[in-house]
Structures are given as C-alpha cells and as structure tokens.
Design a protein around this ligand. Sequence first.
Ligand SMILES: [Zn+2]
Length: 177
Amino acid sequence: MNTPNQQFFIHCPRCGQAALQPDTKKSFACAACQFVFYLNCAAATVALILNEKNQLLVTRRKQDPFKGTLDLPGGFAEPGEGIEQSLIREIKEELDLEIIRLEYLCSFPNTYPYKSVIYPVTDMAFVCQVKTFDTIKARDDIDKFYFVDLACLDTALFGLSSPKKIIEHYRGISTLI
Ligand SMILES: [Zn+2]
C-alpha cells in the first residue's frame, strides 16, 4: 500500500524503531510493537461572505502552502471546538469580522501540504452574514482581500482545490435562485 506520507513516517513514536509501515490509507502500524498512528481528516471551515452588492469576499494567502494565490477565509478547527465556533473564531482572527448568521452549504475533501506532510482535510463551507464590514482588515495569514463579482471570479487563481469547488457549487445554486 502506498500512502502520500510514507517516506516521512518511518520511526515508531512509541518504540523508536524504523518499523512503521502504511496500514490503511489513514494509518501507520509499527511492525515491532504494534503501535498504530492515525492521520485522520482535519476538520476545516470555509466562509462565503457576500457584501450588499452581492460580491464575494476573497482573500490572498500570505503564507505557504499556495502563498500568493486566492483563497476563501476560514481555517482548521482546534481540538475541543465546534465547527460553527471555529468558523466564527477564524473570521474574527483573519479579518476582524463578526459573523451574525451562518448557514451550512456543502463540503469537499481537500489535502493540505505543510512542511513535507500532506494532511487530509474535510472542508465545510458556510454562507455567512457579518455584522458590519466597517472593521474589516487583512491580518493573520491573509495578505489582502477583495470583493469580487461571482460571475467574474476566475477560480483558476485559487491554489487549494476545495475553494474552487465550493465557489462552483455556490454559483450553480445561485443561478437557480
Ligand atoms: Zn513501535
């Protein structure tokens, strides 16, 4: 069995021997001591935030992976956090916006390469309303932000795959409304 991370997961974290081998597509097992390490999907959020002109808030990534490409705001849930709580926290941290309403839209699997490890991710998208845009600023891992007409948005400018799919999914729904 081949997994994307097998060249970096070699030594067992329990016994230290170079006996770790891919077990399932999300786990490694130690042939020496039977320890099993799971690399489960990380839960992550993506926010679709539209202004009064129905333009979508799009960000530019300040850091790798995919530094300089377009993205949608959001991020990884922290241990002990609910997914809505995680989204509210991320949008406050990244843009200083306060979400007052959110509605689940869809989810897509994603992979997030970071310092040699490819993390499996489940991205969950929500359509969000914010209290006001008056406070907005780019901070944390966001370099810049833009409000873009959905119809004009070129999804090829996005680095990560799931924001593209989420936008395309949302466009598909928007034309039905
Ligand atoms: Zn071991």
